[in-house]
Design a protein. Sequence first.
Length: 393
Amino acid sequence: MFHLRLFSLLLLIALTTLSVPLSAASPVPGDDGYAGRVGKAIFVSKTGDNSDGSSWAKAFHKIQDALNAVPDAKGGHRVIVRPDNYMEPNLETLHKGAAGSYNLLVGDVDGSLGSGAKGWVVIDSGDPKTGFKSWDWWSNIRASKKNWGQGNDKVNFSSIAWDRWALRNIYATGADAGLFWDLTFENGKPFTVLVEDCVGIGRAFGGGVAYPAVRKDEPCMFRRCYFLALDWGGDTGAVLIGGWQDKMPDAPHVVFEDCTLVHPDNAVQVSFASLAVRAKFKDCRMIVLNFSQPHISPSTGIICCQTDNSKLHADLEECILAGYNVFGNGLKGKRVTYTTKGKVQAYVQFQQSVPEGFERLAAWPTRLFNTMAPTEVVDGVIQWKGDTKVPGK
């Protein structure tokens, strides 16, 4: 009887262990529970001697030099950056990360990684003399197409080089897109990027990804990020997303969790070239500035696909939205498909309705609009503004 009870207990433990997802352990080197490969640490600081990046004293002066020094595609490497302003557009990598062993680009925002400084690592892709550079394919993350015909179009380059990289504590700005990955000529291949505690500001897009195939248990993930875009023409948005599958997948291409998305017209926009794309939004704040009258310049929607709304499926959980309308009118009557979970609230122009499953807000959501400006770092602590949960009325 004792042996039978012992066997039952061991079987229960084994089944419980097997029920834990394999992805529960962090794939990011340095995290608690990380079980992946320990690769090379490469340092960036303008106070280093710019020799080999092997320590703070020998740190590279440029982030791109450190990325070039990543030795292989086995993963687990870290590029650690001292808080400062780095005028470096179109960052690229030579090596991807690996399953369970991502590479990491991290800003030492609080000095805990030994840089001796506190504050943002600002990657500014503007012109060093004249400032903000609004130029197609000129971004913080490199991507380009030769057949584009304007802008940065000399070569074909895919952001898929950043597959299985994690970025933390980075403030990216000054160009056409902030923290945005475009797979260009490698569309439809699996791709994952993890972005946490970052700010992305661009002309067209603050952040996003286009056009990966779904990795069911490893979607692109943006957590505790602030994204802002400044232009309202075409398929611009606080974030731009695009998928490359003929039919809607069962799992999301991309997940946004506890993010703030701000734009004149679209908090979330689907790329013109996208096929079916699925996105999940949890504890997110979406703010569109256009509350125009219908006969002047109505917004195309807080969440929008200007070519065909049926290309997008959005899963929303505990989110709050504000803008002219939620989904817009769609193309030929087609609508975004969506689900809601928990409290999903919307503050819209008085003549507009809200979709089923949304709670309409009649009073101005003051705490939501307190989150409209990017955050700052005070004494090494990122001061995220507003509530991280739905602020309500």
